[in-house]
Write a protein that binds this ligand. Sequence first.
Ligand code: SF4
Length: 474
Amino acid sequence: MDTSSGQGVDVGEQRYWLQTLGCPKNRVDSDKLDGVLAADGYHPSTSPDTADLVVVNTCAFIEAARQESIDTILTLDRQRRPGSRLVVTGCMAERYGEELALALPEVDLVAGFGVSLAPPTGAPVSLRRRGSTPAPSASARSFDLLELPRPASRESWAYLKAAEGCDRACGFCAIPSFRGPQRSRTMHDLIAEVEALVSGDGGSPGVKEIVIVAQDLASYGRDRSTRRQRRLEGDPEGERSIVELVRAVSAIAERTRLLYLYPSSLTDRLVDAILDTGVPYFDLSLQHVSRPLMARMRRWGDKVRFLDRIDRIRRLDDMATFRSSFILGYPGETEADHDQLLSFLSEAELDWAGFFLFSAEQGTLAYDLDDQVDPGLALERMRECAELQDRITAERRDRLVGQRRSVLVDAVGVGRTVHEAPEIDGVVRIPDSLAAGSIMDMTIVESLGVDVVADPVPAGSRGAVTDTLGVGAP
Ligand code: SF4
């Protein structure tokens, strides 16, 4: 789940190093920070030890992510040059700002996005304050990175953050407490950002794939109207905004992919819109399948409903690809619950799945729940699920051998079909000679566990490419 990246080229006098931890949503925030710092006259540096400003965009999702964030801060503090400023921002800064500032005196500023970038001081002037702590989350929510410009993507794809925050109250999740309620961006702003990403600039040819993300993506736009208004407008499910967004983005970008879909919001109209993009990829946020446990999690759904939904989508499109994530060891999880999850994994045959150990987060419902599961047992259950899923994933990858697909070349020797989301799934290994950013018709010739190997289809060969990017389609 987690990614960590740093970047830069030494240019100009004021240089910065930005280290990003966490999920794709955090990566978009870092793109926006890049844009803000560039507008403020900063240039990226090639390493943290040559930067004037070292920024760590942290993740606070679970204990392991927080530890990784702290380790990264301490490592960068050792690496940075004397006189540089070390700034910590992101989820940890928003959630534990005061404690972090006290616990890490080596950090010059702990800054929630809202505080550090707030007018009238202008970005990132307030990053110069030492030892400052973030303001309460209410003010952080008053100013989001969402609407800021971002630099052209250096990749063949880019994340597009459609909304910030979340209106749900899942028992294990602290995100709404520090990211706030959902705030959807306007369609106009999102489309303008997609157009800029796709057209690129002098140094960038533009992206081919847009990956739309949000904490609860299928709910995009619901915060812009009341339930009553939606009913009166003939949109009782509140799906119109996300459907329109998917269709509008896919009219511009060659590929449109969605991440983080709450299963009850995956309506027929949204399924149709996703299938019509030609990228039949469904990242369903399931978390578990046992009904009693789902109720304790304050989440919708169960094994039967999920299997039914997956089956119906596969009947509409046999190329449909499914990813999900699951929590092991949620308080009250029994052997029977675990057996249900194992049987679901066997029956659903998801293409990809991630498994996470429950982490008791302060301020969540689950923090005080009784029947906490022994950590050793939770780990054992997680390993059992992961081993089963590894076999299923490998089998699903084996089935691709001999098939033709359009492959987007991400980098030298690396590409992706519609079946793989960037950064989280396997990849397609391709000849080194193919140019990044191109989309080519290829045949899958080998499967290597999570990755597959593909060769270009010879020119003039009539293809039976079955995904719908229009390249070599029959
Ligand atoms: S939908 Fe996702 S972000 Fe929102 S509360 Fe549930 S787990 Fe957290």
